[in-house]
Design a binder for this molecule. Structure first.
Ligand SMILES: [Zn+2]
Length: 446
């Protein structure tokens, strides 16, 4: 008799078409979804190792956070309502004072926060000493794409945070050879480009070439705000997308975070080159403005969602869906009387398939289908703010939040059960986190 390691028994399932399938069960073999059928049928055909009770639960694809700042865990709440420049007054003193033990503690806390919010995979935007985070993410059981914070120019950047282009490329290449594919293939090493203002054109060109050679991705902040566009026009007589296109960076292995101030022409080329645009709705709305999501969609761009790390708003992708829905309706839907300008189905697609595309698992994750990777979460529906509902798909976006996630399965392994994370010692992580937070607060002079 064939063996299944986990069966989620008798749950509702969010289908790839964003409809609800009632009373079915999901069987997992190895790290893949092997069967979706009524439990009685599965029971007859398979030997089952673990049964996860799916009663009053909705199984849906795990969420993907496409833009995370692992190393800013201990910056939470620290920049709220502060005057500019946040970058020079907070981020530089904070990041330049981190040591490897801080980054390891950050990665464990960050993983815990993401798991509790239903995130199963993520892309790190580029952090200092990120090699120290690999161990934390391997332990967590999560799917991760990690990158270093890469900078080789910028007057205000201290020497300890930047280096020459050859050393920077070698640093990522070394980590790639050491850690790419770690954690049974769950960990991938990407190249980072912090942003255009802090990376020379030569460094960006070399990054594009090396990433292609190693068949891996690149993660960068792009068109985040007008200052970046102004810098680009002043120094290179080109807009940001024109510049990175000339350097060979546009491609399906590129993640661009924020991407708020793109022109029509830039949007068209980003979409045609299958770039993964990751919006960070809460971060964008409070700092930079509303991304042009409808236009990006019209051109067929792949869109994912990110939280921009915990420091500003926390790491709940459900909240990002809500804010993008309301922001898009306010910015475009109201004035044009287009109530369907940002549907719940589209938002769920961004948070699952779009993110899976961004982290390079788009052919095999992001939806609950036989043969796909088993990255699945369940939502506890038995709560007054969720049930009963006339339209559970709408409720999933408009009412559910990260605290409603009950279980999490990643790569076929049960990582969280009834909100208890099984891969990590939650109490120890919290205790350690407080120690590191107190330490970095003093070191950074906050
Ligand atoms: Zn960011």
């Amino acid at each position: 008799m064939e063996k299944l390691n986990i069966v989620i028994k008798g749950c509702k399932i969010l289908t790839p078409e964003y409809k609800i399938l009632n009373g079915s069960s999901i069987g997992i073999k190895g790290n893949r979804i092997a069967v979706i059928a009524p439990f009685e049928e599965i029971e007859k055909k398979y030997e089952i190792e673990t049964i996860l009770d799916g009663y009053n639960k909705l199984a849906m694809p795990g969420l993907v956070d496409g833009h995370v700042h692992t190393c800013q865990e201990f910056l939470r709440g620290g920049t709220c309502d502060e005057y500019p420049m946040i970058w020079t007054r907070f981020l530089i003193p904070f990041e330049s004072n981190l040591d490897e033990s801080d980054v390891y503690a950050s990665s464990r806390l960050c993983a815990l926060e993401m798991l509790k919010n239903g995130t199963t995979g993520f892309a790190e935007s580029g952090g200092p000493l990120i090699h120290a985070a690999v161990k934390g993410y391997v332990e967590s059981g999560m799917r991760a794409r990690l990158a270093y914070s890469i900078m080789d120019q910028g007057r205000e950047i201290p020497d300890c945070m930047k280096s020459d282009k050859d050393s920077l490329i070698k640093m990522t290449e070394d980590l790639y050879h050491e850690a790419n594919g770690a954690g049974d293939g769950r960990i991938g090493i990407y190249f980072g480009i912090r942003q255009i203002m802090t990376c020379s054109p030569d460094l960006m060109r070399m990054t594009a070439e090396k990433a292609r050679e190693l068949n891996t991705g690149v993660h960068m902040h792009l068109e985040e705000h007008k200052d970046e566009v102004k810098f680009c026009l002043q120094n290179y007589k080109m807009r940001p997308v024109d510049l990175i296109e000339s350097l060979g960076l546009l491609g399906d292995n590129l993640i661009t975070a924020h991407s708020v101030v793109m022109t029509d022409s830039e949007i068209r080329r980003v979409a045609q080159n299958h770039v993964n645009v990751v919006h960070n709705p809460r971060s964008n709305l409070s700092n930079h403005g509303m991304p042009r999501v409808s236009t990006l969609l019209e051109w067929g761009a792949n869109i994912g969602l990110g939280t921009d790390g915990t420091s500003g708003n926390g790491m709940d992708i459900f909240e990002e869906m809500k804010i993008l829905r309301q922001g898009e309706k306010f910015a475009y839907g109201l004035s044009l009387f287009d109530p369907k300008c940002m549907t719940v189905e589209k938002l769920l697609e961004f948070a699952t398939k779009g993110g899976a595309h961004a982290i390079g698992t788009w052919k095999e994750a992001g939806s609950i289908e036989v043969g796909n990777l088993a990255d699945i979460i369940t939502i506890n529906l038995d709560q007054p703010h969720i049930s009963p509902s006339l339209n559970l798909v709408a409720t999933l976006v408009d009412h559910v939040n990260g605290n409603d996630v009950a279980d999490s399965i990643i790569d076929g392994k049960l990582v969280m059960k009834d909100r208890e994370v099984l891969t990590m010692d939650e109490k120890e992580i919290m205790r350690e986190a407080q120690i590191h937070s107190d330490k970095i607060r003093v070191k950074a002079g906050f």
